[in-house]
Design a protein around this ligand. Structure first.
Ligand SMILES: Cc1ncc(COP(=O)(O)OP(=O)(O)O)c(N)n1
Ligand code: 3NM
Ligand code: MG
Length: 209
């Protein structure tokens, strides 16, 4: 289990992506299942944990904190509304690492109060994946979050491979992506491009200060 996040953090919507993506060298992935019955979610989480463990890939479970505890997940991602109903003490007692979404100064304060293992800031750019009340944060906000945090920062929302070096340079430690891979005409080829490119991103002097 790596102590730090991989620079590339893919978010997938269903289990079926894993058997094709894991052999390509994916190292950090979130399973974000929406609008599926609980029995489907249970089965997919259990199998995702098994497949990722076998492949040496870190798996983050989105939203389903009780199942994360039940199935022995290592990582969990929660948004601000998820946090309101989650039992953070039980999550910690189970030894699960926790990432929290933030979109404003107030949400950052709330996130930091649970001592997360990473904070995600979004949407960095406009996203077409889901309707959000937040306008794009921009790279200045990424740099501002970087300066305020002593834990890893994840940038998410509307990030493409072409935009990724700028987001990393501004201070994100990891770039989280859905559409640029899953909605690409050739998801496998696009994933390979991301995996090849992530080692060459460099920090700007401002973000490392
Ligand atoms: C890495 C990462 N960042 C943000 C989110 C969004 O979480 P949340 O606000 O709870 O919204 P949903 O994803 O549950 O719709 C995320 N999942 N991952
Ligand atoms: C799931 C999610 N959360 C966000 C946040 O800002 O909290 S943005 C987002 C969607 C990311 O998808 P894409 O890479 O397709 O824009
Ligand atoms: Mg959520």
């Amino acid at each position: 289990m790596p102590e730090t996040l991989d620079r590339f953090y893919l978010v997938i919507d269903r289990l079926h992506w894993l058997p094709r993506f894991l052999p390509l060298g994916l190292k950090f992935v979130q399973l974000r299942i929406k609008d599926q019955p609980d029995d489907v979610v249970r089965a997919e989480i259990a199998e995702a944990i098994r497949l990722c463990k076998q492949a040496g890939c870190t798996l983050v479970i989105n939203d389903y904190w009780q199942m994360a505890i039940e199935f022995g997940a290592e990582w969990l991602h929660l948004g601000q509304e998820d946090l309101e109903v989650a039992d953070v003490a039980a999550i910690r007692k189970a030894g699960i690492k926790l990432g929290i979404s933030t979109h404003s100064d107030e949400e950052l304060e709330t996130a930091l109060s649970v001592k997360p293992d990473y904070v995600a800031l979004g949407p960095v750019y406009e996203t077409t994946l889901k309707v959000m009340p937040w306008k794009p944060q921009g790279l200045e906000r990424v740099a501002k979050w970087r300066a305020r945090l002593d834990i890893p920062l994840v940038g998410i929302g509307g990030i493409t491979l072409e935009r990724a070096p700028g987001v990393f340079a501004a201070g994100a430690d990891s770039i989280s992506v859905v559409s640029d891979v899953l909605r690409n005409a050739d998801p496998d080829a696009r994933l390979k491009q991301w995996l090849d490119a992530r080692g060459s991103w460099t920090r700007s002097e401002l973000a490392s200060a």
